[in-house]
Design a binder for this molecule. Structure first.
Ligand code: CO
Length: 133
């Protein structure tokens, strides 16, 4: 089994502050990490739930893939991140099994992680992120 744990569930939102406030007021949640990832054109707020996170995600520019997602699908679950021991190994194994990769090689993610995305087309409609801490 290449997947160790659910790292995060990412939710695309239009207003990050409003979404954070909602989680805070509704569940007493606290933001454990907030980061702007310029290369992806997104800003995230991570809310820890046990050893996993809810990742609230909003676009910072109109050409961001999250902006396009919001346009076509509206707010909601954007992707699931799975924690793996070795991103390159997991990516290679998935591709060898027929999964379509968005990233041909692992790349830097937020929090200093190494990540790679698998296309929803071959994953039953779910965008999957492989996350190595
Ligand atoms: Co993610």
């Amino acid at each position: 089994m290449l997947l160790d744990e659910v790292d995060h569930v990412a939710i695309a939102v239009r207003d990050l502050d409003a979404a954070v406030s909602w989680y805070t007021e509704t569940f007493g949640a606290e933001v454990s990490h907030r980061e702007r990832i310029e290369s992806d054109g997104v800003e995230e707020a991570l809310i820890a739930v046990a050893d996993s996170y809810v990742q609230l995600l909003t676009p910072t520019r109109p050409d961001s893939t999250v902006a396009k997602f919001l346009e076509t699908k509206g707010e909601g679950i954007h992707h699931v991140g799975y924690r793996v021991k070795d991103c390159a190994t997991a990516l290679e194994a998935a591709v060898a099994s027929g999964a379509r990769a968005i990233d041909s090689h692992p790349r830097p993610g937020s929090r200093g992680t190494t990540v790679a995305f698998l296309h929803p087309k071959t994953a039953f409609g779910t965008l999957i992120e492989l996350v190595q801490e």
